[in-house]
Design a binder for this molecule. Structure first.
Ligand SMILES: Nc1nc2c(ncn2[C@@H]2O[C@H](COP(=O)(O)OP(=O)(O)OP(=O)(O)O)[C@@H](O)[C@H]2O)c(=O)[nH]1
Ligand SMILES: [Mg+2]
Length: 321
């Protein structure tokens, strides 16, 4: 497989560990720049399917702090690691909310650590799709593990379902409202619960609440979410967290789940790409194609409603294709 004659130079550079080529390619993905396409295409066969560990949870619970500690842990056992911080660049989320959010330690001297933040400026399919493609480049570039932090909660958190092989939900003692959030969606995506800030009171109680939630979950599931307690101030529990993550990764391998999960994520990705492309084409044609323009005129004149127009648009657009 080596020495493929048509490997684009940027792809070759990424395989050789060139950080600047990697950074440029990720920016191209982020910007929706078509130059990313040939690089992704060339590198896809070189990806190994490394673990992608997603971290989600409410604002300020210590996701970045935990990841920083995990990076130390991974380096101490000789694993290289890439960290992707997903920031949807939404005005409703982001760094200024808490003021004191932790930044990832820059480790420019360590070739085994790479940090990158991702926004969704022009990326096809949004920030989740861009993050997935970036993780793939990081895999091809040789990193052993990819850690993904989603900033904020809601839609982007749920997006880790479509990217990560193991999902860690980070919480703090005094779950209260958070348990409600969990019930509303995060709970069903958790493979590992990390109760962080265990130096604060209430960690044991939080752990017990979570155990009850886990116990009341689906009986026949092959994997019961693990619960670990961590602190990053006087670091503790980080090795346990990594063990829980590795246990889940091992479970994926021992069951058919890794392949099934990958199949499912690939299906979502491919459908998303088609939807994106068809959507873009249709938007252009709706404005230019006379038959499609007439349809839009009818909606404007309140003769038909948008749903009816969508139903008619499908066959009309196919006829013109
Ligand atoms: N007491 C205590 N504070 C912690 C711990 N871990 C993180 N913090 C503090 O919690 C605050 C938020 O930490 P971050 O790591 O930025 O949390 P985050 O979840 O990444 O925050 P966002 O990305 O903004 O959602 C900082 O002030 C940290 O110092 C911990 O184990 N114990
Ligand atoms: Mg953070």
């Amino acid at each position: 497989m080596t020495g493929s004659p048509r490997l684009p130079p940027a792809a070759g550079a990424i395989l050789r560990g060139d950080r600047r080529a990697l950074a440029r390619a990720i920016s191209a993905i982020e910007d929706g720049d078509p130059s990313a396409g040939p690089i992704l295409r060339a590198l896809f066969p070189r990806t190994r399917g490394v673990p992608v560990i997603g971290f989600a949870g409410p604002l300020g619970v210590g996701k970045s702090s935990v990841i920083n500690q995990l990076v130390h842990q991974l380096r101490s056992i000789g694993r290289s690691v890439a960290i992707v911080a997903v920031d949807p660049s939404s005005p409703f989320s982001g760094g200024s909310v808490l003021g004191d959010r932790i930044r990832f330690e820059s480790r420019a001297d360590d070739a085994g650590v790479y940090f990158r933040s991702m926004a969704s400026r022009g990326a096809a399919g949004g920030v989740a799709a861009a993050t997935r493609e970036a993780a793939r480049l990081l895999d091809a570039a040789g990193f052993d593990v990819v850690l993904v932090e989603t900033v904020g909660s809601g839609q982007v958190d749920v997006a880790i379902r479509e990217i990560a092989t193991t999902r860690v939900i980070v919480l703090v003692p005094h779950l209260g409202d958070e348990v409600q959030t969990l019930k509303a969606g995060l709970f069903e995506i958790a493979d590992v619960f990390c109760v962080n800030k265990s130096d604060l009171p209430g960690a044991d109680l939080a752990r017990r609440d979570l155990s009850e939630l886990v116990a009341s979950g689906p009986r026949d599931a092959g994997w019961k979410p693990r619960i670990v307690t961590t602190s990053t101030t006087a670091p503790s529990g980080i090795a346990d967290l990594w063990s829980a993550i590795e246990a889940h990764e091992a479970y994926l391998d021992s069951s058919k789940s890794r392949q099934d999960g990958e199949r499912h994520r690939l299906a979502i990705e491919i459908v998303g790409l088609v939807r994106d492309r068809v959507g873009r084409d249709l938007t252009v044609r709706l404005e230019r194609d006379p038959a499609l323009r007439r349809l839009l005129d009818e909606v404007l004149a309140r003769k038909i409603d948008p749903r009816t127009a969508a139903e008619r648009l499908e066959p009309l657009s196919r006829r013109g294709a």
